[in-house]
Design a protein around this ligand. Structure first.
Ligand code: C2E
Ligand code: CA
Ligand code: CA
Length: 525
């Protein structure tokens, strides 16, 4: 069983409403997530850079200390060497102490003096022989574990917390300094939760990366000068919390947007259906009437015919056809308007023809009219009126009415076989196609007002008028220039060999009695 059009419309409305509501919410959540991820990443990078800068400074001071002790060539552990070591301590803020080391024992140092301190085995020995002793206590009163780096008999003692001592806005940031990078990485100092060494990825010196691993957003930055790296890890939970905060602002906004979209949709639908019912009621109440705009012989200024233009009077207001015709076409209500227009013309034409039997009235047809056999029936009814013959009628249609194929072609041919001429309206605007000019047979070409406007100006279209006139001549079509508003345009068109014109320069559209009066007075003149 196929669903009825109404069921389909309801389903479509529900789907569209749901999209209107869910889409802005989805977009706002996505935005919040991106926003929170970006801000977490930026924060992590800035902490990581800060810690790396401090770690590099510590390394600089360690290298410098070792150089100074070696350069002094003092007897090992002599009073003089211990004094030098104490001076170095004072000069460098990241180095806590310096001493001599032998067989995992500190023989002497700037803090322990000549007293030797045994150490555990090094936690790590690098390829270049640098031994690392992590979390060591060398004096009884020492309240924080220290790290010792030993090479060639000299030991530099540092406070692992110092490079990490950056002020953190976020409590759940975890930071670690990792070294060396060439072999199995080793976490030498960390803050927050212990970081998993497996999160260390090998990246080129002097670069930074960020990646997701085990529910953390990890940011890594590697020193260009030393074999060390800083890692910052933010639990993604932390970001979810932030998303929640941001979503608390964005989601209500999204709901508001969605509700706004739904409201606008309903408003438009109601406006549309109210227009439909107004138009239908107007058709029923016959609120439409026709005015005639004369078509004039440019040379003699004689009125050879007129275009029937529909008007909609609603109370005291006249609604412009520019507004309601496209809507009526869109809602497929145009045929009933065309029928009213043809009925009016049928009533008016005998009176007009009594004054001028050769007068020609042009009727506008829309795409739907050109697809319908009813149009032929209506035109035949017109022709059945005693005084009316085919030469008194012309139909006009714009190019888009000729866009479809077979049916239109058949109706057009039937119209022409009745002896009624066909004009292509508003020629030159829209999708002019030469092939259409060849495949449909026309009698008249109406040059659109916009080209007439350009006559005598230096606009790019001012030459187009000439080409259109040439084309019409080539195809043996008669030409009507539309929208002529000045004598200058009229005389130029005359010079171009155009015979007929229509426009305010000659006359606006006239109600039937006014048209008849004017025709009478012209005959008398
Ligand atoms: P259109 O067929 O191009 O009709 C010519 C329009 O140009 C008319 O506007 C006419 O009043 C206006 N016009 C004529 N001379 C001048 C001029 O010198 N200067 C200016 N500025 N305008 C001029 P209108 O009557 O408002 O009609 C607008 C459109 O509505 C028509 O354009 C036609 O496309 C459509 N229309 C009018 N009556 C009917 C009808 O009975 N059936 C159908 N299907 N469409 C119609
Ligand atoms: Ca027209
Ligand atoms: Ca026109």
């Amino acid at each position: 069983m196929t669903p009825s059009p109404n069921t389909r419309k309801t389903i479509l409305a529900i789907v569209l409403c749901s999209i209107s509501l869910l889409l802005p919410i989805g977009v706002s959540l996505q935005l919040s997530w991106t926003q929170s991820e970006t801000s977490a990443r930026n924060e992590s990078f800035s902490y990581a850079r800060d810690v790396l800068r401090r770690a590099e400074k510590t390394s600089d001071q360690m290298v410098d200390a070792v150089k100074r002790v070696h350069a002094a060539h003092l007897p090992h552990c002599s009073e003089a060497e211990l004094t030098l070591m104490r001076d170095i301590d004072l000069d460098s803020d990241y180095v806590q102490a310096i001493g001599r080391i032998n067989n995992n024992t500190i023989a002497c140092s700037s803090v322990t003096g000549q007293t030797s301190v045994p150490l555990h085995d090094p936690n790590f020995v690098a390829e270049n022989g640098l031994a690392q002793y992590l979390n060591v206590r060398i004096t009884v009163g020492q309240w924080r574990p220290l790290n010792i780096f030993a090479l060639n008999g000299l030991a530099v003692i540092t406070d692992p917390e110092l490079p990490l001592d950056v002020s953190l806005d976020e409590r759940d940031l975890n930071i670690a300094i990792v070294t060396p990078m060439t072999n199995k990485p080793n976490i030498v100092a960390s803050r927050g939760e212990q970081l998993d060494p497996r999160w260390v990825r090998s990246i080129p010196r002097g670069t930074e990366r960020s990646y997701a691993v085990d529910g953390y957003l990890v940011t890594a930055i590697r020193s260009s000068r030393y074999d060390l790296m800083v890692l910052v890890a933010v639990p993604r939970q932390h970001m979810y919390r932030k998303v929640k905060q941001i979503a608390l602002i964005f989601v209500p906004l999204g709901v508001l947007c969605g509700a706004g979209l739904i409201w606008a949709g309903m408003y438009l639908a109601r406006a549309r259906s109210s227009f439909d019912s107004r138009l239908k009621a107007a058709i029923r109440r016959k609120e439409f009437y026709v005015e005639y705009q004369p078509i004039v012989d440019l040379r003699t200024e004689r009125w050879t015919g007129a275009e029937a233009l529909v008007r909609w009077r609603q109370g005291d207001t006249i609604i412009r056809p520019d507004y309601f015709i496209p809507m009526a076409e869109d809602r497929h209500l145009i045929r009933r308007i065309t029928e009213l227009v043809i009925d009016r013309v049928a009533e008016d034409l005998p009176e007009i023809l009594k004054l001028d039997p050769a007068f020609k009235v042009a009727i506008n047809l829309s795409p739907d009219d050109l697809r319908s056999q009813d149009t032929i029936t209506m035109l035949e009814r017109l022709l059945a009126i005693e005084i009316v013959c085919a030469a008194n009628l012309e139909i006009e249609a714009t190019e888009h009415a000729f866009a479809d194929g077979q049916e239109t072609r058949r109706v057009m041919e039937q119209i022409r076989s009745l002896g009624i001429t066909v004009a292509i309206d508003d020629f030159g605007i829209g999708y002019s196609s030469l092939s259409r000019l060849q495949s449909f047979r026309f009698d008249t070409l109406k040059i659109d007002k916009s080209f007439v406007d350009s006559i005598g100006t230096d606009s790019v279209t001012s030459d187009v008028v000439l080409h259109i006139i040439d084309l019409a001549r080539l195809l043996k079509l008669s030409v009507v220039a539309e929208g002529v508003e000045s004598e200058a345009q009229a005389s130029q068109l005359r010079a171009y060999g155009v015979k007929l014109a229509q426009g305010w320069h000659y006359s606006r559209s006239l109600p039937l009695p006014v048209l008849l009066d004017s025709m009478r007075s012209r005959i008398e003149d």
